[in-house]
Write a protein that binds this ligand. Sequence first.
Ligand code: GDP
Ligand code: MG
Length: 166
Amino acid sequence: KSGFISIIGRPNVGKSTFLNRVIGQKIAIMSDKPQTTRNKVQGVLTQDTSQMIFIDTPGMHKPKHKLGDFMMKVAKNTMKEVDVIMFMVNATEPIGSGDKMIMELLEGNQTPVFLVINKIDEVHPDELFGIIDSYKNEYKFAEIVPISALQGNNIDRLLSTIESYL
Ligand code: GDP
Ligand code: MG
């Protein structure tokens, strides 16, 4: 199995920390999935049963600025070209306008979206339920996976769940 995963989310939610933890190598990729220069390959995870190519989605990282029509189009087309969208959020912060903007952008798209709640090492389990509920109210996620990219909690489960979508 092989597929593309785009990681989106506000700055400082832990996207780089996650990638650094899971990525073993950066190599050029051959795939039958159509790719464009819009997508920047960030890293590749090669395992026994799968290859996951993590990419950056331009235009999804500027929550402070309203996206122009052109960038909206770019972001939406890019979403169609991946198998899974990982929307990463910070468990220690309430939903912000940046998060809401990203969820608006995701609205109506056909690609499965995972809500990845990072930094669970910093919150009490009871708090986590509240956070999950608040995001559930905003968007219908294919999966919701709490992790700690820093400590490595639940990363294996996240990866095997992604694999089941490839
Ligand atoms: P990015 O901007 O989304 O790429 O976020 P970074 O990966 O640069 O992380 C931002 C900050 O959050 C850094 O100081 C990380 O060490 C910290 N961080 C990332 N993941 C975790 C986590 O699971 N738990 C905790 N406590 N801190 C984290
Ligand atoms: Mg980063």
